[in-house]
Design a protein around this ligand. Structure first.
Ligand SMILES: *[C@@H]1O[C@H](CO)[C@@H](O)[C@H](O)[C@H]1NC(C)=O
Length: 325
């Protein structure tokens, strides 16, 4: 068997090779159920967002900035959930749940970059609505094709440099001994619980970055919707009020859910964190809002529904024609 005695520095080096993602292994008799549940959710997210992406690209009536952002957002959601759910599904069906140090860092990095892109695109979508409703005369000028593409491009690339440095900082901290992550993916708070030594600086950094990139977009979105609602209320006709209200409130609900759970997770001091509640809260920004976002942005929108029906009818018509051939 050899010697089981190791000095602490040797243990440090062996622990650095990999982490164990415990995920939901604390409820062993629900593994099959959870696998089915997350698989269904994943398929719903993929199909729903792909449909939106296709119709916003192909339907002639949906060639406006709003639908450009919606299509881009749907594509982003597909990428975003694909960072966490496939790995979670694989972990639910096997016994070894180890993830290498590098894979863990990569997962955290890509997840953070796409999460930031999501914050920014949601902000751009709110800004688009704000200009369209509150500054209708300026709208064609402000939201030209070129501006939209640049705005979306900016949203996609802005997280890349920030998070390289940030992820590097986290993974260059000293890890020792323990390597079990009580989480289903490599999220910051879970990884930080395994760091030994002083995490004060990195926690301050997390708070500053979270304040800048999560709280500010959230306040901008909130401000846009407040302006939109007050503008709508000033309009003479009352018929449109209720409808505009319900649309805005459902958008705001999704935004609040996504940003709220993100702010709770990343802005809370480590001292009052519990891994169980973290795992639960993170389900909201990783899975729940990506599932409901497209539905809420589309199902209440008549143009999207019409385009969707047209597209599905066309599909079924082609299919039946192929079958009869
Ligand atoms: C989203 O926007 C970016 C930047 O404008 C663009 O490069 C990308 O092709 C868009 N993706 C989709 C699927 O529309």
């Amino acid at each position: 068997m050899g010697s089981t005695e190791q000095n602490p520095s040797q243990r440090n080096q062996t622990a650095l090779v990999e982490f164990i993602l415990l995920g939901f292994s604390d409820i062993p008799n629900l593994q099959g159920f959870l696998f089915g549940l997350f698989l269904v959710i994943y398929v719903i997210i993929l199909i729903g967002n792909s449909l939106i992406l296709i119709i916003t690209k192909t339907d002639p009536s949906l060639q406006t900035p709003m639908y450009f952002f919606l299509g881009n957002f749907s594509f982003l959601e597909i990428c975003y959930v694909s960072v966490t759910i496939p790995r979670l599904l694989a972990d639910l069906c096997r016994h070894t749940r180890s993830i290498s140090f590098l894979a863990c860092a990569m997962q955290m990095y890509v997840f953070l970059v796409l999460g930031l892109t999501e914050c920014f695109i949601l902000t751009a979508m709110a800004y688009d609505r704000y200009v369209a409703i509150c500054r209708p005369l300026l709208y064609p000028l402000v939201m030209s094709n070129k501006v939209c593409i640049q705005l979306a491009g900016g949203c996609w690339v802005s997280g890349i440099p920030v998070h390289i440095g940030f992820t590097y900082c986290i993974f260059s901290l000293p890890f020792c001994g323990r390597n079990q992550l009580h989480h289903f993916f490599c999220d910051i708070p879970a990884v930080l619980t395994l760091v030994c030594g002083d995490t004060f600086f990195i926690e301050m950094l997390i708070h500053v970055i979270a304040l800048l990139v999560v709280t500010i977009p959230f306040l901008l979105i909130l401000g846009s919707y407040v302006k939109i609602i007050s503008t709508i209320l000033k309009l003479p006709t009352t018929t449109g009020h209720a409808k505009a209200f319900s649309t805005c409130s459902s958008h705001l609900m999704v935004v609040a859910l996504f940003f709220g759970s993100g702010i709770i997770t990343y802005l809370r001091p480590k001292s009052i964190q519990s891994t169980e509640t973290d795992k639960f809260i993170s389900l909201f920004y990783t899975i729940v809002t990506p599932m409901f976002n497209p539905m809420i942005y589309c199902l209440r929108n008549k143009d999207v529904m019409v385009a969707l029906k047209k597209f599905l009818l066309k599909c079924f018509f082609c299919d039946s024609k192929l079958m009869t051939l």
